[in-house]
Design a protein around this ligand. Structure first.
Ligand SMILES: Nc1nc2c(ncn2[C@@H]2O[C@H](COP(=O)(O)OP(=O)(O)OP(=O)(O)O)[C@@H](O)[C@H]2O)c(=O)[nH]1
Ligand SMILES: [Zn+2]
Length: 359
């Protein structure tokens, strides 16, 4: 995606407005002895990485960031180069010296912070997951009621981060998913459903469709508490509990529930659970970032007034002329503008789907 390349070599945690930073040395050690790892979870500055040990065997290595990474953040899903004690022995600690270019980034803006030097408030972006192929946004059709603002924000994050979004509507035994499905018919997103069957278990055919979807891919699951996300994860990864406990060593502390964690699928691929993510600040996404993911609308905006935010006819946006001329459907434009508006709902506004922003 065009918006992504320019971010690759930037800091992943960026503070706006930009501060001058010290020039960095160009001559860095090459670390020819480095081994490659895959980051499965992060806990208080310690990264749990899987390092290949010959065919089909992996060892778990705990690492910290090397100073030379500067302010570049390491995220779950990153491919990294590791030096130092990468034996994986108890209490050993290796160092991450390089992060491979990412194919995608699921990010969000954290709460506004105030720059200690300048006193200017700034928005901090955080990469939740790197390199995921797709984002499954899990929502229940009832109990709890769906929060469509949250779903829209997840879609914005997926489109602008180069992840393919999929909406998974759960608990279809409790209510008809059709009205919710209709909300997304003019957006490029697949909508799947699951629900309980007569025996009280999840509908096996529906689970099979999800299993096919995640096979051999890197998939992030996101959703509010109670929507049935764990039920789906456990259906896909039967040993999920064992894996979270023993492979990562994260234990049952309070951080367990807030870090993303990659779980290996039995037949290949990874599911990344995001237990603590209940809000999605998008202050870092500009109208043009989102527009660039709408290929059918983008070309018409050459006729927009300078600095157009594409919000409607009041600002003279050329997208209204495009629809008037039959170049796009009114519903398609309305869907784009709904996502555009969802982006700017303030974090921590007290709206139900803004409960407890956690990192
Ligand atoms: N009726 C119905 N209930 C379901 C379905 N899927 C899950 N549930 C129930 O919904 C409740 C919440 O499910 P979880 O899988 O724990 O939900 P979660 O999204 O992981 O929530 P947290 O564990 O709080 O993060 C549980 O009581 C499940 O048994 C479904 O398809 N239909
Ligand atoms: Zn415009």
């Amino acid at each position: 995606m065009s918006t992504l390349g320019e971010h690759w070599d930037n800091d992943d945690v960026r503070v706006r407005p930009g501060r001058s930073s010290r020039p960095r040395t160009k001559t860095r050690p090459t670390h020819t002895d480095a081994v490659s790892g895959f980051v499965v979870t992060v806990d208080r500055g310690r990264y749990t990485c899987l390092v290949e040990e010959g065919t089909r065997r992996e060892r778990t290595v705990t690492a910290m960031r090397a100073r030379e990474l500067g302010r570049r953040a390491v995220a779950v899903g990153d491919s990294v180069d590791i030096v130092g004690d990468a034996s994986g022995a108890t209490d050993s600690l290796a160092r991450i010296v390089r992060i491979a270019p990412r194919t995608s980034q699921l990010r969000r803006s954290a709460d506004d912070t105030v720059d200690a030097d300048t006193g200017v408030s700034a928005t901090t972006e955080r990469v939740l997951v790197a390199n995921a192929d797709q984002l499954i946004i899990v929502a229940a059709v009832a109990d709890p009621e769906p929060r469509t603002g949250f779903l829209d924000r997840c879609l914005v994050a997926a489109y602008t981060g180069n992840l393919e979004p999929v909406i998974l509507l759960t608990k279809t035994d409790l209510a008809d998913p059709a009205p919710l499905r209709a909300l997304y018919q003019d957006l490029a997103v697949r909508v799947l459903t699951t629900g309980r069957d007569a025996d009280g278990g999840l509908d096996a055919a529906a689970v099979e469709i999800v299993r096919d979807l995640v096979h051999d891919r890197l998939t992030v699951l996101i959703g509010h508490s109670g929507v049935g996300k764990s039920t789906v994860v456990n259906a896909l990864v039967p040993q999920a509990d064992r894996l979270t406990g023993s492979v990562t060593g994260v234990g049952k502390g309070r951080h367990t529930s807030t870090s993303a964690i990659a779980l290996a699928l039995p037949d290949g691929g990874w599911v990344i659970d995001t237990p603590g993510v209940r809000s999605f600040g998008l202050a870092h996404v500009t109208p043009d970032d989102l527009l660039e993911t709408f290929d059918d609308l983008l070309p018409a905006t050459v006729d927009c007034p300078p600095g157009c935010d594409h919000s409607g006819p009041a600002v003279g946006c050329a997208l209204d002329a495009l629809v008037a001329a039959g170049g796009a459907s009114e519903r398609r434009l309305a869907s784009f503008r709904r996502l555009l508006a969802s982006r700017s709902t303030p974090v921590g506004s007290g709206a139900p789907d803004r409960a407890a922003a956690t990192d």
